[in-house]
Design a protein around this ligand. Structure first.
Ligand code: ANZ
Ligand code: ZN
Length: 861
């Protein structure tokens, strides 16, 4: 047989596919299947993580195609974002040139992988054709009240005079200037995702092909919380607080609104706490320098919930008192506290130290009363030390609530405050509206004009897209669109006077929140061709990294609902099936001076199990470090291109899927890819040694047929169940079986090999095509139907029967299925474990019961 040379065979097959336009989507009206991998950011190169992701999708796409589906499997580029602007600032390259060059490069690299992608549908989100359609639906949502403007807090770099994205803030400082970042209020655009909060939670229940973990993360992110809003009347206040004229609202005197999930604990309330930037805290700070200082101190700790959670509890008494709603003899002090978030609920709480840990920590520090009001059913009393009691129980010390169990007490407390006009039941969410304004150049322009007389004006449909200007500068910080000499100056579309364009661009998560819908007809005049979208959506299988479990996947679910409500689509859920794949990881190597060393410059030796590493270029000994995600900073990257070059595409594809379940990380090792490469050779050798004229026995032919059907069953189940590694393991076994099989005829071998070609095709499509042709099969294996197994043939023909002695399992026998009970009995009695047991216990057999194909029961005594 000839040696298989991937270097000639792989380009030959890719050429064949290209000439046949094999991967252009066919819509023949059969069952459809939409496979999509999260589209890449064009950072410059395809890395191993990309390769693994796209190869997984390709296995699914090729398998579904073989099963007779019309398959949609498109590819594009998530092409807006900061790195392009950084390249411009650092190296003077235009973001557009940088991005499209990277795309060209990565497209070439992706094409090498032999993926069954429909490149005719490709687009980049930075194509004016794409973002112009995005502007069109953005305006539609604006008209529908889902887009609005309000003040939002941004990270402001006071040295660079620019807004920073969260990722650009490192330990509270601007990543370039190193200056402490300030919070600033800027007028920003928002999408009203909170309108869909409930629907987004409910929808999660229909997503039965999503990982449970991801659904839970989304649910927590939306954070639905049920409780009550309470209004606490101010009964004492410092004289400097302004009194309001009768009937006028006055935030310094009006009742304090508080949100609670535990109205049942109201009798244990011992203080009110306001966020440091609550309006009342700020009003008092104007007259009290100590409060002003307190606000400043709090502003210095991070604003994330995690930061606040970690920080030591701090507070200050504001000199205000409020009336308890249920106990007229009781008033409570009002404090400001650093653990109260201004952005949740109403930015104010009532503290019940006995039943809330944060409140307890705070009360212990500032010596505020701790009054338990809930106790477990079986406890006569309850003592609170340093731990709050948050478990179930009944109210006590609680007036009309006494004896009620937590849930009953909540309902009773809410009914009472409602009757008194001092509160009401309320449901709130952690989810905030989505701030989409970015003060950056390389993004989708927001299609709005600000007119001095008309205000906010939409750019008319016939003037879309609002295209980014090319002639921008990056020599100074800030937004290049804002300082462009002409771009923003326009006439108001409505009244014709001098007006200015909005210079904010959209968050790139907007770009990726609907691309899957655009792929169903990427040249449609409308943002979404409803008919095409309804034919193809939802995406049947979406594949990507778990790092997108919340933001991207939640935004996409929201926008799909919004576009569906606007009549553009019929589905609410964009992704029926979701798979989150693991990463590709690699060992790290370090020199004594701490420098990381690339794997290609490392020689590994294994001396009786003790591994050591040496740098090839310098001869220096290296420290073998942890196995980590491939990253440039640790230099533990192996580029797919190197592997394809040295071992071929099929071997590379096989390797990224073979050693680990898809949801887990896979460790790159040179040995792994060599093993994959040898397998590809073995597959070819089998095909190449096929001889139609070989003769064999009917017995052997039947046995090989049986092996073939077992393999079809096992591989099909592996592919269907997203257990690609186990499907590959079965393929290895099947190849070994065929290779070692003797005495079968040419015809029987052909049947086995024809099945093998179709089974390996999703994984190693090139060698599969070569083999298919060598067998003399017509056309391409790509279009051959997926093999179907006969359950009778695929069934295991041996069964394992446990042997019980007096009801206890003592051994087992392996017998042909349907074996004669007498034969089973004989085997069981001769079984070594049985003999040993009887001997050891000095017993003998009294009775034998054989349940055919199930179990052997022995009674001994
Ligand atoms: C009184 C109380 C008594 C509370 C008790 C808890 C236990 P979730 O479940 O997350 O919605 N809270 C309300 N607004 C807050 C804010 N802006 N910053 C910090 N904490 C805030 O939590 C709701 C509970 O968190 C509320 O119920 C409130 O404390 C606190 F034994 O009210 B609770
Ligand atoms: Zn106007």
């Amino acid at each position: 047989p000839t040696r298989y040379d991937p270097k000639t065979a792989e380009p030959r097959q890719q050429q064949r596919w290209a000439e046949a336009n094999a991967f252009v989507t066919k819509d023949t009206g059969r069952k459809k299947y939409y496979v999509l991998e999260m589209f890449p950011y064009p950072s410059g190169n395809i890395h191993m993580g990309h390769a693994r992701n796209y190869v997984m999708g390709d296995v699914v796409a090729r398998h579904k195609r073989a099963q007779g589906y019309d398959v949609l499997h498109p590819m594009g580029w998530d092409a807006f974002g900061m790195p392009a602007e950084n390249a411009a600032m650092e190296r003077g390259i235009h973001p557009k040139g940088w991005t499209y060059d990277n795309i060209a490069n990565m497209r070439d690299q992706l094409k090498l992988l032999g993926l069954s992608l429909d490149w005719s549908r490709e687009f980049a989100t930075c194509d004016p054709e794409y973002y112009g359609k995005q502007q069109a639906w953005f305006l539609e949502l604006y008209r529908r009240g889902l887009v609005f403007r309000r003040d939002g807090v941004v990270n402001w770099d006071p040295v660079d005079n620019t807004v920073l994205a969260n990722e650009q803030v490192i330990d509270g400082r601007g990543w370039r200037s190193g200056a402490p970042v300030e919070k600033r209020k800027l007028n920003q655009w928002f999408l009203r995702i909170t309108d869909y909060a409930d629907d987004l939670i409910e929808g999660l229940q229909t997503l039965d092909r999503w990982p449970e973990k991801v659904r839970l993360m989304q649910e927590n992110w939306i954070g639905k919380s049920k409780g009550a809003t309470l209004w606490w009347t101010i009964v004492e206040a410092p004289a400097f607080l302004p009194a309001s004229p009768e009937g006028e609202p006055n935030h310094a005197r009006d009742p304090i609104e508080v949100y609670t999930t535990r109205p049942d604990t109201l009798f244990g309330a011992s203080f009110i706490a306001l966020a440091p930037d609550h309006p009342l805290t700020k009003a008092i700070a104007e007259h009290r320098p100590d409060v002003a200082d307190f606000i400043k101190t709090c502003a210095q700790t991070g604003t994330s919930e995690a930061d606040i959670e970690k920080a030591e509890k701090l507070g200050i008494d504001l000199g205000v008192r409020v009336q308890h709603p249920f106990d007229e003899t009781k008033t409570l002090p009002v404090w400001s506290a650093n653990f109260v978030l201004s952005t949740y609920g109403s930015g104010a709480i009532f503290g019940c130290p006995a039943h809330d840990q944060r409140d307890l920590d705070f009360a212990r520090k500032y010596d505020l009363p701790v009054t338990p009001v809930v106790k477990p059913d079986d406890a006569p009393t309850i003592e609170i030390g340093t731990e709050a009691y948050t478990g179930p129980g009944r109210a006590f010390n609680s007036g009309f609530l006494d004896g009620l169990e937590v849930e009953e007490a909540k309902a009773a407390a809410i009914a009472r405050v409602e009757a008194q006009g001092q509160g009401k039941g309320a449901t709130i969410y952690r989810l905030r509206d989505w701030g989409v304004s970015r003060q950056r150049y390389w993004g989708c322009p927001i299609p709005i004009v600000h007119c001095p007389s008309c205000g906010v004006v939409e750019v008319p449909a016939d003037q879309l897209p609002v295209v980014l200007p090319d002639d921008v500068t990056f020599d100074v910080p800030g937004n290049p669109l804002d300082r462009h000499p002409t771009w923003k100056h326009v006439k108001c579309p409505s009244c014709g006077t001098d007006a200015t364009r909005e210079t904010d661009t959209l968050d790139t998560f907007v770009d990726s929140s609907w691309y899957f819908a655009r792929f169903t007809d990427p040249t449609a005049a409308e943002p979404v061709n409803t008919e095409a979208a309804n034919r193809w959506l939802a995406v049947d299988q979406y594949i990507g990294g778990v790092e997108h479990a919340v933001l991207h996947l939640l935004y996409a679910r929201f926008i799909t609902r919004a576009l569906s409500d606007a009549g553009m689509l019929a589905v609410k859920e964009p992704f029926a099936g979701l798979f989150t794949q693991g990463m590709v990881v690699h060992e790290t190597y370090r020199r004594a001076d701490g420098a990381w060393v690339e794997p290609t410059d490392v020689e590994l030796t294994n001396d009786a199990g003790k591994r050591s590493a040496k740098q090839i270029s310098t001869g220096e000994a290296l420290v073998i470090g942890d196995i980590e995600k491939m990253s440039k900073s640790k230099k533990n990257v192996v580029a797919p291109a190197e592997i394809l070059e040295s071992h071929g595409v099929d071997a590379g594809r096989l390797f990224v899927l073979s050693d680990s379940p898809p949801e887990r990380d896979v460790q790159w090792t040179p040995g792994g890819v060599e093993g994959a490469s040898r397998f590809v050779q073995r597959v070819w050798t089998l095909f190449d040694s096929y001889d139609a004229s070989e003769t064999g026995s009917a017995d052997k032919d039947a046995a090989l047929l049986k092996e073939t059907h077992k393999a079809i069953k096992a591989v099909s189940e592996g592919v269907e169940g997203f257990r690609f590694n186990s499907a590959i393991a079965k393929l290895y076994a099947f190849v070994a079986t065929i290779r070692d099989f003797e005495g079968a005829s040419g015809a029987a071998r052909k049947e086995a090999l024809s099945a093998l070609a179709r089974l390996v095709a999703p994984f190693t499509p090139h060698v599969a095509e070569e083999g298919w042709t060598r067998l003399g099969e017509a056309g391409m294996v790509l279009d051959a139907p997926w093999p179907v197994y006969d359950p009778a043939l695929a069934a295991d023909d041996e069964v394992v029967l446990p042997i019980q002695i007096n009801g206890k399992r003592r051994g087992e026998v392996r017998m042909p299925r349907g074996a004669d009970p007498k034969a089973v009995e004989a085997e069981a009695l001769a079984n070594a474990a049985v003999v040993a047991y009887l001997e050891a216990n000095a017993q003998s057999i009294r009775k034998v019961i054989v349940v055919p194909d199930r179990i052997v029961n022995l009674v001994a005594g």
